[in-house]
Design a protein around this ligand. Structure first.
Ligand SMILES: NC(=O)c1ccc[n+]([C@@H]2O[C@H](COP(=O)([O-])OP(=O)(O)OC[C@H]3O[C@@H](n4cnc5c(N)ncnc54)[C@H](OP(=O)(O)O)[C@@H]3O)[C@@H](O)[C@H]2O)c1
Length: 286
């Protein structure tokens, strides 16, 4: 049988070790990483995947797009898909910084705990890859979504990028520090923290006595955690009457989902994994 080859097209200068390991754990025989990938230089890489194997063996070649920027990842993913034609295609997945799989795991666990439709949800630091995808998935569940950023300009740029991709615009909120983020979550039922690793975003005192807040998820696994009073291992844990999910609590599902998607890439040559179908799979696995 032909070897299962996963080509990791990373928009960062150095291809991700995390995505390489999960590529192997998901079933690839070989993961080949390229850094500094752009929509322009991706084309020759895509050609190498689509012109090299016959129809029966093509399914054992797949593409994974990663990197730290959601907009850069989306641009490369679009260029990859556009290069395919007729049967000259391989399966492809977009997961910049674990955006789709992490957001999908977090939102699916929140939705499993309680229906989200009609609830107000605030994605703290919602301008990174995970936060932007979490906003989209909360919207899929029918929540009314806002995203915060330390900068008004970045909040608005992320809201526009989400609108361009998903057709809905989350409310952009400028919130420079924990006090401003505490004000931003007032009146919300759902908090999803998607801040950079090791960055605290909200203090325990700012959510523990708020009668409105029902659900909290925090993606940041490295101390200081994103939300004070949440333990990384919390998985639908009741704290102060709220259902709380920590980074490791959602991380198990994230990894399971990421591996499952990689495995499925090699089942045919026409699969495209992005937010909508990755989220649908997360709901099944959750
Ligand atoms: N649990 C898991 O399985 C798992 C998997 C993957 C990722 N993660 C975690 O998910 C989180 C989000 O990942 P990501 O790649 O989307 O994050 P990211 O792009 O590194 O950062 C997200 C946002 O955090 C904000 N930020 C950065 N520095 C800050 C500071 N000093 N103070 C306040 N805000 C700050 C920035 O927003 P503004 O500049 O707009 O304010 C940034 O856009 C990370 O903590 C990551 O480690 C968890």
């Amino acid at each position: 049988m032909a070897k299962k080859l996963l080509f990791l097209l990373d928009t960062d200068p150095v291809p991700s070790v995390f995505d390489t390991v999960v590529g192997y754990d998901g079933g690839a025989d070989r993961v080949i990483g390229y850094g500094g990938v752009t929509p322009e230089n991706a084309l020759a890489l895509v050609d190498g995947t689509i012109y090299t194997r016959g129809s029966k063996e093509k399914q054992f070649t797949a593409i994974f797009v990663g990197g730290g920027s959601m907009t850069a990842g989306e641009a490369v993913f679009e260029a990859v898909k556009k290069r395919f034609f007729a049967n000259f295609r391989v399966s492809a997945m977009l997961d910049s910084n674990g955006s789709n799989t992490t957001a999908a795991a977090g939102v699916a666990l929140l939705a499993k705990a309680k229906p989200l439709a009609g609830k107000k949800a605030v994605v703290l630091a919602g301008t990174g890859p995970v936060g932007m995808r979490a906003a989209a998935m909360l919207n899929i569940e029918g929540a009314e979504v806002a995203i915060t950023s330390r900068s008004k300009q970045r909040a608005e740029a992320a809201a526009k990028a989400i609108k361009d991709r998903f057709g809905f615009r989350p409310a952009p909120i400028e919130a420079f520090d924990n006090a401003a983020r505490a004000a931003a979550v007032e009146g919300a039922e759902v908090i999803f923290a998607a801040g950079a690793i090791g960055i605290p975003l909200l203090d325990e005192k700012d959510w523990q006595n708020d009668p409105k807040i029902e659900l909290i998820a925090d993606c940041n696994a490295q101390p200081a955690l994103g939300i004070g009073g949440v333990e990384a291992t919390d998985k639908a844990k009741e704290r102060h009457g709220k259902t709380v999910i920590g980074a490791l609590g959602l991380g198990g599902l994230k990894l399971k989902l990421h591996r499952a998607c990689i495995g499925q890439l090699f089942e045919s040559s026409d699969q495209v994994f992005d937010a909508e179908n990755i989220y649908a799979q997360a709901k099944i696995l959750a």
